[in-house]
Every structure is written in C-alpha cells, then in structure tokens.
Design a protein around this ligand. Structure first.
Ligand SMILES: Cc1cc2nc3c(=O)[nH]c(=O)nc-3n(C[C@H](O)[C@H](O)[C@H](O)COP(=O)(O)O)c2cc1C
Length: 212
C-alpha cells in the first residue's frame, strides 16, 4: 500500500472543533456530517467488550439513538456481546467515518434501555426483522441455513398477521460515556485529538488535547 499525504476534506463543522466545550453537540454535528457524506451506514460503530476470561471482543453495530444519556444500539441480550456487556457493565465504541477522515472513540458504562423505549424502536422495525429477532439465537451454533429458515417459518406462522411482541431477549443497550475522544486527520500524521473525560454521568466534562 502506498502512503500519500491525506488532505482532510473541508471542515464541515463550523469553526475549530478542538475549541468546543462539550462533546455531545460536537458528536451530533459529526454524525450529521457523516450522514451527509458516507455512502452507507453512517451510524455503524464498532463495539468492544471483554469476555469473562478477559479476552477482548469487537464487532459492528448500528447506533439507533443518541442523546445526553448516551449511545444506544439494539441486539440480542443472549448473544456474545449481550452477555459480555451485561456481565462486565463496561464497553468501548469506535466510529470511523472514512470519507470525513474522522474517528470518535467512546468508553463508558452499560445500561439497558427501558422496556418502553425498546418497544417503541422494535415496533418501528420491518415485520421480517421482528420475526428475525425471535428466530435467531444470535451467536449460538446454527446447524444449517435451513434450520434458521425453519425457525423464521415457524414464527411467521405463529404470529400470522397479528402483533409481533418484542422478545424479552431483544433490547437496547446504552453506553453511558465517561470518555469521548474526537480525532481528525491532519497532514503528516499531525492529527487533532481532543478527549473529554468525566468521573460519571451528570459530572462536568474535562477536556484535554492529546498528541497525535
Ligand atoms: C454494519 C454492521 C451493522 C451491524 N449492526 C448490528 C446491530 O445493530 N445489532 C446486532 O446485534 N448486530 C449487528 N451487526 C452484526 C454484528 O456485527 C455481529 O455479527 C452480531 O451481532 C453477533 O455478534 P456477537 O456474537 O459478538 O454478539 C452488524 C454488523 C455490521 C457489519
């Protein structure tokens, strides 16, 4: 692979992002920029966990909600990630927006969204996805594709044209950040990095610039 000097795209965020005082508004602006610029899935984010033996694990999910309470995605709570997140109670996330040459890293504590919040999002999903939440024993061994299709058929028949309730094992997890770091590519690898840290939710953020 050849290395060329990356020229950052024109800054979309108004002003110098390293000057901002708090991270949530900046994250919202960067996500909006990504939504405009990325070819797909601007809300894709890697979620890192650790299993009971201490071995790290990481996979992509889609961010479905974000506000001052934290970063929400939905999953099967009995999946590897579900078990690891609920057991450790801590996680890290990493967004990378290639077209913007930006990265946001988040570290924090894990909470479950309320049943009402999960129900509301579940209801907004296509019927096939709601059936899928019942049919997939996510992360557990699957004998064959046919076995999955049989499960889909079974639940399709079971629910017919009626309501499909949200399974108890399927819900949202919220990462409540204690650290949020913003990174933006600059020439010659002299990137800008700004890290916001707080002791816990509700506390004030401390900001520090980091060497690239
Ligand atoms: C772009 C992208 C988005 C994804 N979004 C989700 C998601 O929102 N929820 C989810 O459970 N899995 C999602 N997946 C699948 C996960 O990466 C993973 O394969 C699955 O959740 C099982 O992970 P686990 O065994 O570590 O629990 C996504 C995969 C990709 C590539």
């Amino acid at each position: 692979m050849t290395h060329t000097v990356n020229t950052p795209p024109e800054a979309l965020t108004k002003g110098d992002f390293t000057e901002v005082a708090e991270p949530f508004q900046l994250f919202a602006e960067w996500l909006a920029d990504a939504t405009e610029k990325e070819i797909n899935d601007p809300n894709a984010v890697a979620v890192a966990t650790v299993d009971d033996s201490g071995l790290p694990n990481v996979r992509m999910v889609l961010l479905k909600d974000f506000d001052e309470r934290g970063f929400v995605f939905y999953t099967n709570l009995e999946s590897a990630k579900g078990r690891e997140l609920l057991s450790a109670g801590k996680a890290a996330m990493c967004f990378h927006w290639k077209s913007l040459r930006r990265q946001v890293r988040v570290r924090g504590l894990v909470t479950q969204v309320s049943p009402e919040e999960a129900d509301e999002y579940y209801k907004s999903r296509p019927r096939g996805s709601r059936i899928g939440a019942w049919a997939s024993k996510q992360s557990r061994p699957l004998e064959s594709r046919f076995a999955l299709e049989k499960e889909v058929a079974r639940y399709t028949a079971k629910f017919g044209i009626g309501d499909i309730p949200r399974p108890d094992h399927w819900s949202g997890l919220r990462i409540v950040p204690v650290e949020i770091e913003f990174w933006h590519d600059r020439p010659f690898r002299l990137h800008d990095r700004v890290k916001f840290t707080r002791a816990s939710e509700g506390e004030a953020w401390t900001k520090a610039r980091l060497y690239p």
